[in-house]
Design a protein around this ligand. Structure first.
Ligand SMILES: Nc1nc2c(ncn2[C@@H]2O[C@H](COP(=O)(O)OP(=O)(O)OP(=O)(O)O)[C@@H](O)[C@H]2O)c(=O)[nH]1
Length: 546
């Protein structure tokens, strides 16, 4: 992928360089006409070309050229704002020199592509159910191990960070739990350990700090180590498991979807390739009139919009998007060479969320897009996800099941709707208490997350009831998968004080191909009927609706 992306970027750059002399020739002609007989229509045409050049040259390795173009653009903008009496003096000697400089700089290329970003080695193998622990307190380690097993996670213990680092040559864990106090005296991490932590985090190993200390300095130290979690001892296990489950969700998360609206096709292609190399799904909008249908079909999580385009401006398109309630919170980010403060503020007032200045480096583009999408996902998750399990709430999973069932009928592909319910759960609550009942619910959610595909959707449908949709999955595959999950769940050991117990689940499945006219809501009812057949037949069973 990376090699291909680099080759494609080189091809785009070549195309850009081939078109450049003609672009510069046009700018020269217009610029000289402006110097001799300034006119507003000439200025508008020239401004558009200088603006595009200022935004694109740096991206293709011609940083100095881009800077000169920007200076000329600013000079011209000043002329456009000034009264006609003062105007001629603004396009004097420095203007002509600037124009000459453009031609001289067209062959001065610099290497600005951050190839490191694009040639990053393929992410190392990750063991999704394995959690690593560096902790000298054996009691804490034993207890943690016992808790993790209930949720189908495995714990691998290390005596030192160095040992964990050596293991990271083979594979990476879901998370690395470190008690800083066992690295060095007084919980202050020494230089060598610090270096190892940095290397592990850079490899993509999420760091979770466990600590006895609640002071600000310890938290700052964890933050400096880029920890994604900080848990105080004695550990709150459900909270820790929830955090691990969220990390698992992130690993399984679908690629971020970005829509780019830019009239400069070469530049738009360049951004697209860079974002795709960072693992995102990217589409370019070809015609502004197709904007709403592109949103509907592609459902982007962020839109990058150029500010100045010939037919419609970025803020005008942002205004159209914001007229639709459904897209009121979609992040819209302008990507423009515009440095004028007033114009930028006005663009933000008209529906945009943020502003990135062209030319933007590849790394900054990826980081800016990724962090904004991550934040938007976090917010969305707070709204649509159940707080105990992190799965979709009732209304959200119902909505997704409708969409996916309609898609399955349309594509003539099978999809399975599944309902799951914990057996005799009331008895678990009555005997072991509500908190232990919650642990059982959380463990079903964690097991489902671990066993289902990225493209499947899981929801907490009711108290101890779960709904799932498995797109592109036929009856046999669904039965096999669900039966494995059922069997696996029945082997998990739960503990309460000094006793231990096991639980089972019953499962009902309804398949779209057996019910070609059924909507999502109908299939949910059918899957529920199958679930109650499983209950009636003795529980701990999977049934398919006939
Ligand atoms: N701990 C806990 N219990 C919950 C939660 N939501 C619902 N419940 C309990 O789940 C139990 C559901 O019990 P029932 O629907 O009667 O059925 P059951 O005992 O699971 O038995 P069968 O489904 O017939 O096998 C009730 O006792 C609810 O109070 C929750 O978030 N946490």
């Amino acid at each position: 992928m990376s090699e291909q992306v680099l080759a494609e970027l080189a091809r785009l750059k070549q195309l850009y360089l081939e078109q450049l002399p003609a672009t510069l020739e046009q700018i020269q002609q217009l610029g000289q006409q402006m110097a001799q007989a300034p006119a507003t229509n000439l200025a508008a045409a020239l401004h558009q070309r200088l603006h595009a050049l200022a935004g694109s040259a740096g991206v293709h390795g011609l940083k100095a050229l881009g800077e000169v173009a920007r200076n000329l653009e600013l000079q011209l903008a000043q002329w456009q704002k000034t009264t006609q009496e003062q105007a001629p003096s603004l396009l004097d000697q420095s203007w002509v020199e600037g124009l000459q400089l453009l031609t001289c700089l067209q062959s001065r290329q610099e290497t600005v592509l951050e190839d490191g970003l694009l040639l990053r080695p393929v992410r190392q193998e990750q063991d999704d159910v394995c959690v690593w622990l560096v902790e000298s307190d054996l009691k804490v380690a034993d207890e943690l191990e016992g808790q993790l097993i209930r949720f189908n996670f495995r714990l691998r213990r290390f005596v030192s960070l160095q040992a964990a680092f050596e293991a990271s040559e083979e594979s990476l864990p879901l998370a690395l739990l470190v008690d800083f106090c066992c690295c060095s005296e007084g919980c202050a991490v020494d230089e060598q350990d610090w270096c190892i932590i940095n290397q592990l985090v850079a490899k993509g190993c999420p760091l979770v700090v466990i600590s006895e200390k609640e002071d600000f300095q310890s938290r700052i130290q964890a933050s400096r180590a880029r920890a994604v979690g900080y848990f105080l001892k004695p550990l709150d296990y459900p909270l820790l498991i929830t955090r691990l489950s969220h990390l698992l969700d992130r690993q399984h998360a679908a690629p971020a979807r970005v829509l780019i609206i830019d009239d400069d096709q070469l530049l738009a292609q360049h951004y697209r390739l860079v974002l795709m190399a960072a693992g995102m799904d990217v589409e370019l909008l070809n015609a502004a009139q197709e904007l709403m249908s592109a949103l509907e079909v592609f459902r982007p999580e962020l839109v990058l919009i150029d500010l100045h385009m010939p037919d419609y401006s970025g803020p005008e398109l942002a205004g159209v998007i914001r007229q639709h309630e459904q897209w009121a919170s979609l992040p819209l980010v302008y990507l423009s060479a515009e440095t004028n403060f007033e114009q930028r503020v006005s663009a933000l007032d008209r529906g945009g969320d943020d502003y990135l200045i062209k030319p933007i480096s590849n790394r900054e583009l990826v980081a800016a897009v990724r962090t904004r999408i991550d934040r938007a996902r976090q917010l969305e998750s707070l709204i649509s996800k159940d707080s105990l399990t992190g799965l979709l709430k009732h209304a959200s999973i119902k909505e997704i099941i409708e969409v996916e069932v309609a898609r399955a009928h349309r594509d003539q592909q099978p999809a399975c709707v599944v309902m799951l319910d914990i057996d005799h759960f009331k008895a678990v609550n009555d005997r072991y208490g509500h908190a232990t009942g919650d642990v059982v619910i959380l463990s079903v959610a964690t097991l489902l997350r671990q066993r289902l595909r990225k493209s499947d959707f899981l929801g907490r449908y009711g108290g101890e009831e779960f709904a799932v949709i498995l797109p592109n999955c036929d009856q046999q595959q669904a039965f096999r998968l669900m039966d494995e999950i059922r069997k696996h769940f029945s082997t998990l050991q739960f503990t309460h004080e000094n006793s231990s117990f096991q639980c089972t689940i019953s499962i009902g499945i309804a398949v779209t191909t057996d019910h070609p006219h059924a909507k999502g809501a109908d299939l949910l009812v059918l899957a529920d009927e199958a679930l109650y057949q499983a209950k009636a037949m003795g529980r701990n069973l999977v049934r398919i609706h006939a």
